[in-house]
Design a protein around this ligand. Structure first.
Ligand code: ADP
Ligand code: MG
Length: 693
């Protein structure tokens, strides 16, 4: 049987690319070693194990079928453009194979009288039944059919399926198939053996459960996923070990400043805050750098926990730095924390990009001399020019908004070649499986309780055409002494348009509510202007604050208890949740009105329903993951994302747990060491660079 199969038409006027070797084409796909090839598993399968009569295929119509016939005519036509039409027939009927792009050699190959097996989707065209660009093979009469499904591999330019298949088959003959997992583990976990699993996936037997194969729920796939997740967990643990090899200054003193700070707080820590604080305190005492993510829903009180971590650093004679992603958020922190600490004699410096050069230099000097015990600011903090005398702790708020690189720079700012401890905070709750697999080497603390006295937020979803009623409601609320956020629609395509909308909304509302003070805050305002408006709102001199998403994070005005979000259908779930978290912070019953423009698409509908049904950030994150899938959930910036080829975090969460347990057991058993080595070598082959963050 000649290997002339062709599933894709050759590109028009394609230059012969013999010059590039198969080897380098494989390398482009990341396939360098024999094991790389063996683990290059099919993305799907084609069923060529069956040939059906042309008549039967025609009756089935619209489906992919394989037929076999003799070429009765081969013609080139030019209407509407050049194409080759090959007529084939068997005892039951006839069929046309239509090729828009073809090589001259194919005309000769498919000459009259040739027996051909063609596989493709059968359509009923104007001139009768036809297959457009079928894959085909020239065969002899009675040539055996494949007994297994035909794998289709992820491929690259100029690399045909037969070549890839050949290379993989050759590699399978050369690799060492020794199972990396010990037999008792395989038995206990009821896993497929490595070799049989891989062989089955490359050459599935005829009687295989095709559905399970396609869905990747077949035990052979489970073995691959498990192995992959295990390799990931093992290398995460290794990265953790490597971190522990690095030195950090132990910040052991929970001393007089901490005590004074805690005594001055106007409230008691919640149970959850106290618990995560203990976790952080224990980490800070270690001589290796903490790397902890503090997760807590919007309003759960992360700031005070961060401040208490900072006082521990200061009590221990070191400096702490707090970095926030936006100027407005950094400023909120500065005001709040400086307000707490300065009366206790702590020197707090303020450092952001928008400072005048002179002020920036002054702030840098305070950091460098060590006079500032706490430095708060934006990413200007991590610029090369800023040096710290004794930086012991770095706190990063809303860490998911910072790039990996930015976080890395901070690490290099420790004193005496030591790495500072790192505390990252996030209100975007990350489902546990994601946290475990996407964030390399991170300890996670969760504040799962809100401070007492919060009133639940009632959320209503309202058609945009009832805007007038909503304005009435705003009016009534303001007269009642409550304050209101009015969030303008997100216009992703154009910042200018967004700005215009915000300005117009402000004008309309100011005109509609002449007896109220209506303020405006947006991203293009100068920091000082922004602050002025925010101050007026905080002091209740402004009743209604029209805002773009700049208020998404960090704004804290407890008296604000009504929020209106226009065109809520344009926002993502986590953004809506963050926005809504600006209300419900005081004792007044809070309301969030989500205005939407109908008709709503199915996804937007789901999102708004979720917002109406729950205020639990973790539940929202879980649904978000469901609606969007993990890749989009985290954005391309996160590390480790490209790592999982086979496992799917949505459906294979249970396997993540098992892999984690097995990784733990192997690493704590001296006899496990060779297993760890062999497994990492097989699955990562030294490619661990994604774990460096
Ligand atoms: P987030 O976790 O969203 O950053 P914040 O730290 O801004 O939340 O806290 C939200 C509000 O709750 C602030 O006004 C803060 O002072 C207040 N708060 C924090 N902890 C407590 C507590 N234990 N009891 C009462 N109020 C608290
Ligand atoms: Mg916060």
């Amino acid at each position: 049987m000649a290997e002339t199969k062709q599933s894709k038409p050759p590109a028009k006027k394609a230059a012969p690319s013999k010059a590039v070797s198969t080897e380098s084409k494989l390398a482009r796909l990341g396939l360098r070693t024999d094991m790389d090839l063996v683990l290059h598993l099919p993305m799907r399968y084609e069923d060529e194990t069956e040939v059906i009569d042309i008549r039967a295929a025609c009756l089935r119509g619209g489906q992919t079928s394989q037929v076999e016939g003799i070429v009765t005519k081969n013609e080139i036509t030019y209407k509407p453009r050049k194409q080759m039409i090959v007529h084939i027939a068997d005892d039951t009927g006839e069929l046309m194979l239509r090729f828009m792009n073809f090589y001259g050699s194919q005309t000769r190959q498919l000459a009259e009288g040739t027996r051909v097996r063609a596989r493709g989707e059968l359509k009923h065209g104007f001139f009768g039944a036809e297959m457009v660009h079928p894959s085909y093979k020239i065969v002899n009469e009675g040539a055996p059919l494949p007994t297994s499904l035909t794998p289709v591999y992820p491929s690259g330019e100029g690399l045909s399926q037969p070549v890839l298949r050949r290379a993989i088959a050759d590699a399978m003959g050369r690799v060492d198939w020794t199972d990396t997992l010990p037999p008792r583990l395989i038995e206990k976990m009821q896993l497929h053996g490595f070799e049989p699993a891989v062989r089955l996936l490359h050459n599935p037997p005829q009687q295989v459960d095709e559905h399970a194969l396609a869905e990747r729920s077949h035990p052979a796939w489970t073995r691959m996923k498990f192995d992959e997740l295990l390799a990931q967990q093992l290398s995460l643990k290794r990265a953790q070990d490597a971190r522990r090899q690095k030195g950090a200054a132990p910040l052991a003193a929970v001393g007089s400043l901490t005590a004074a700070f805690q005594a001055a707080l106007p409230f008691r820590l919640t149970g959850a805050q106290a618990r995560v604080l203990e976790e952080i305190r224990a980490d800070l005492r270690q001589p290796y750098p903490m790397q902890r993510l503090l997760q807590g829903d919007v309003g759960s009180g992360k700031t005070v926990v961060a401040a208490l971590a900072a006082t521990q650093a200061i009590d221990s004679g070191f400096q702490a730095a707090l970095m926030a992603p936006t100027e407005i958020l950094a400023e909120q922190h500065f005001r709040k924390i400086a307000g707490w600490m300065e009366p206790l004699g702590v020197k707090v410096a303020w450092l952001t990009g928008s400072l005048k050069k002179k002020d920036k230099m002054a702030a840098s000097a305070l950091a460098e001399s060590g006079e500032a015990q706490l430095v708060i600011g934006t990413h200007a903090l991590i610029q090369e020019t800023v040096q710290f005398a004794r930086l012991g702790l770095v706190i990063v708020d809303e860490q998911h908004r910072f790039g990996v690189g930015q976080r890395l720079t901070l690490r290099n700012k420790g004193a005496d070649g030591l790495v500072p401890h790192q505390l990252m905070m996030s209100a975007t709750p990350i489902p546990r499986t994601l946290a475990m697999t996407y964030y390399a080497d991170l300890e996670v603390s969760v504040i799962d309780e809100l401070p007492p006295g919060r009133t639940p937020i009632v959320t209503r979803v309202i058609d945009q055409n009832r805007r007038d009623e909503v304005i009435e409601r705003v009016h009534a609320a303001a007269l009642d002494g409550r304050q209101v956020y009015w969030v303008c629609p997100l216009i992703e395509e154009s910042e200018a348009l967004q700005l215009q909308t915000a300005t117009e909304t402000h004008e309309t509302l100011a005109a509609a509510l002449p007896d109220l003070q209506v303020g405006l805050v947006h991203g293009r305002m100068k920091p000082a202007e922004k602050q002025e408006v925010m101050d007026a709102f905080t002091a209740a001199r402004v009743h209604v604050l029209v805002a773009t998403t700049v208020i998404e994070v960090g704004v804290d005005v407890p008296n604000a208890s009504l929020m209106v979000i226009e065109h809520a259908e344009r926002f993502g779930l986590s953004q809506l949740h963050q926005l809504r978290g600006r209300v419900g912070r005081g004792s007044a019953a809070s309301v969030c009105l989500l205005l939407y423009q109908s008709p709503l698409g199915p996804v937007a509908k789901q999102r708004l329903a979720t917002m109406r049904e729950t205020t639990d950030g973790f539940e929202i994150a879980r649904r978000d993951l469901e609606i969007r899938g993990p890749g989009e959930f985290l954005g391309a910036r996160q590390s480790g994302q490209a790592m999982l080829r086979f496992a799917d975090l949505e459906t294979d969460g249970w396997l993540v747990d098992q892999a984690r347990d097995v990784a733990h057991a192997l690493l704590h058993d001296p006899a496990g060491q060779p297993v760890v080595e062999a497994h990492l070598e097989r699955w990562l082959g030294g490619r661990e660079e994604f774990l460096k963050v």
